[in-house]
Design a protein around this ligand. Structure first.
Ligand code: FMN
Length: 692
């Protein structure tokens, strides 16, 4: 795997937990991975580990006080917030969690946290009672809801010698969470993978059930691997005692086989592939007693077969979807598994054998054979993580091979399907050929420039328009002042409808263009403002589109846009952060600001979870959209000066009016009030939601 932390700037926050000694290992692992590490420690943290240890390991002085004791100069938490690619607080005490969740900034670590523009990872560490306390849990939920990534603590023996949940994750796991976040060489990027995991419980009466020994470890390992490979993962899991760490995993908890069936059928149409790893009950009681069955002699439990999830998905599978099953056999393993693959229309099947020592339920290792129609491959006994890696690699290869096989001509690496127009009606008495040449040059540039490593089929290109209105033009120099409206659309699943993801009027587009000019984009070396503007909006449009497809999916591309905006400050007006809250730099830096993470979650929830579900079930889609709008409020409250929440309401105005032309009165009123608060200038529109 590529070393994704190489060159990254990491702020490592250390607090006063007994686990603080592990911060030294984390610092060492980060430095070994090529990251530059700046430690910020609380006064409490210094009681547990010396700054000298941490500064020696990171080769950077440790920051603890607001003012440097040596010369009285002050440490800037704001510049740290801008410098960092990520902040990791490990260990994080209950006290610091509480302060973060409640806006208390009384030490350097906390002020740094509140100024942080990069994603924040939090690894809590505390005793089990402190951890399970409702206040701690509420604080964790608050932080999670604003986009902080919680690296859940482990269960095990604690410093107090009690056993329970609260022990900080091991440094290696913490490092992996960061590595996965920055991973870009994604073989499954832009793919949606559905995974089922764990056992199902079939209720006999209110207290008893029929279950099995599945722990969910294999399914969770698959989910982590798929998410780390860039996929958006929906993990439908039965009752297990596991935590999914990657932010790209969307977890749905179910109990019975029937619930798992319903969720799988609901999610499969929107997925590119499904891996069915759950140990689903084959039988369920015909009758579930409403009261606890009393002990009185023999009883006979009548069972009926459950729905066969793999067969049901296999029956509705489209040619562009892939289905992977698991088989746990105790006799005639190979032939039973191969027969199951055929019968259920699977692309390949993973055979687990209970005969192998160290494989199957509960172990951290597994030994499997991957069987497809041409061959079978027996893998050695290895960690479930490595087994997951092999399965995911096999799936990714299959998806790519079939894509190439089906439509080699359709494959393109270019991301955009642009339409460029140049309106010169305000310009009088000039030869207008230059504008035609410019329009063609821009069209060609936007069509041909490749911005990412991802493969786009022609029909996957992002529809976008770049509409220029030229306000002034100096023919002697080629200098012009323009207004540019950029719009991008995204198809909504299972419908002919396209939703507008971005629509922005940039009124500060000035540049010089002559017919001899070529538009060439050389990253890190842009001296032409027109190219910079086209590049910036291309990256923004692609990044936003990716964000609607998977949670934070556009991260790398958007960071590229941010760097470009930062480097283009002197190329012309409209870039500078202090110009307005809609300058190009401010738009992208607000969007990537950790405190506005809920806005990015909104992009995903609203589009992927809500709109994409509307064709299948309009009421459910609408309910999800209503839920997602709480994230809009959270973003607005987190930074009311940001233009983004209001911009969202403008872009989505007509769509929202349409969506809420139906629905419950109470829901409509709630939404109308929320939108009026964020964009009062459209209150009369929002009021129609209440009355229509
Ligand atoms: C020996 C000892 C161990 C502690 N371990 C923890 C811990 O693991 N987690 C925690 O939340 N607090 C722990 N505390 C309490 C914190 O140190 C205390 O709440 C402190 O105010 C935290 O400050 P800080 O978060 O600003 O570093 C411990 C205290 C002592 C004396």
């Amino acid at each position: 795997m590529a070393n994704t932390l190489n060159g990254k700037h990491i702020v490592l926050g250390v607090t006063g937990s007994i686990a603080a000694y592990k911060a030294a290992v984390i610092a060492r692992l980060l430095v070994k991975s090529g990251a530059e590490v700046q430690v910020v420690i609380t006064p409490g943290g210094k009681e547990f580990i010396t700054p000298l240890t941490l500064s020696t390991l990171t080769r950077n002085p440790v920051i603890s006080e607001f003012f440097s004791a040596r010369d009285g100069s002050w440490n800037s938490h704001v510049s740290l917030g801008q410098w960092a690619d990520a902040m990791l607080i490990a260990p994080c005490t209950a006290s610091t969690l509480g302060k973060m969740a409640n806006g208390i900034a009384d030490n350097m670590l906390l002020t740094t946290y509140f100024s942080m523009k990069a994603p924040v990872f939090i690894a809590p560490a505390m005793d089990l009672d402190m951890y399970s306390h409702p206040v701690t849990q509420r604080n964790i939920e608050t932080l999670r809801s604003i986009g902080n990534i919680i690296i859940e603590p482990d269960s095990g023996e604690l410093a107090s010698q009690l056993i329970g949940k609260g022990r900080m994750q091991e440094p290696e796991s913490i490092l992996k969470a960061l590595e996965d976040y920055f991973r870009t060489d994604s073989q499954l990027s832009k793919k949606k993978i559905l995974i089922t995991a764990g056992p199902t419980y079939e209720a006999i009466d209110p207290v008893r059930f029929i279950g099995n020994h599945s722990t969910g470890k294999m399914g969770f390992a698959l989910a982590e691997e798929c998410a780390a490979a860039g996929a958006g993962v929906t993990l439908i899991t039965g009752p297990v005692n596991l935590v999914a760490n990657h932010p790209g995993i969307d977890r749905i908890n179910v109990t019975s086989a029937h619930e798992m069936y319903l969720e799988a059928m609901r999610c499969f149409p929107g997925s590119d592939a499904a891996i069915l790893c759950a140990a689903v009950a084959d039988f369920t009681p015909v009758v579930k007693s409403d009261v606890k069955i009393k002990r009185k002699g023999d009883i006979t439990l009548q069972l009926k077969p459950t729905q066969d999830i793999a067969a049901a998905l296999g029956a509705v599978k489209r040619p562009d979807q892939y289905l992977v099953g698991f088989a746990l056999e105790t006799t005639d393993e190979f032939s039973n598994a191969a027969e199951k693959m055929e019968r259920k229309n699977l692309d390949f099947i993973v055979l687990n054998s209970l005969r192998d020592e160290g494989a199957g339920f509960g172990y951290d290792t597994n030994k499997v054979t991957i069987i497809d129609r041409e061959s079978s491959q027996e893998l050695p006994l290895q960690s479930k993580k490595n087994v997951a890696k092999a399965i995911v690699g096999r799936l990714a290869k299959l998806m790519l091979t079939l894509l190439l096989f089906i439509a080699p001509a359709a494959i393109s690496s270019q991301e955009l399907d642009p339409q460029v127009s140049v309106n010169t009606s305000k310009i009088q008495g000039t030869d207008k050929d230059v504008f035609t040449t410019m329009q063609n040059a821009m069209q060609e540039f936007l069509r041909n420039q490749v911005w990412t490593n991802y493969h786009f089929a022609d029909n996957e290109r992002i529809q976008c328009t770049f509409s220029f209105v030229v306000n002034t033009y100096d023919a002697s120099t080629g200098r012009m002042e323009c207004e540019l409206i950029v719009q991008s659309n995204r198809p909504v699943f299972n419908s002919a409808y396209f939703t507008t993801v971005f629509n922005f009027r940039d009124q500060s587009v000035d540049f010089t263009y002559t017919e001899q000019d070529r538009l060439d984009y050389i990253p890190g070396n842009i001296d032409n403002n027109l190219t910079a503007i086209l590049a910036y909006y291309s990256l923004l449009v692609i990044g936003l589109d990716f964000d609607t497809m998977s949670l934070y999916g556009g991260n790398d591309i958007l960071r590229h846009a941010e760097t470009l905006a930062a480097n283009s400050q002197s190329l012309g007006s409209g870039w500078r952060s202090f110009d307005t809250n809609t300058s190009r730099y401010t738009i992208i830096s607000d969007y990537l600001n950790g405190s506005l993470a809920s806005f990015r979650q909104l992009q995903y929830q609203y589009h992927r979870k809500g709109l994409d579900d509307m064709a299948a079930n309009a009421d459910r889609g609408r309910a999800t959209i209503t839920e997602s709008l709480a994230l809009l409020t959270a973003a607005y409250e987190a930074k009311s000066t940001s233009a983004l929440p209001e911009l969202f309401t403008e872009i989505k105005r007509n769509e929202l009016l349409n969506i809420y032309s139906k629905g419950l009165q109470k829901e409509r009123e709630k939404v109308a009030d929320l939108l009026s608060r964020i964009n009062p200038s459209l209150t009369s529109d929002w009021n129609t939601i209440k009355t229509q």
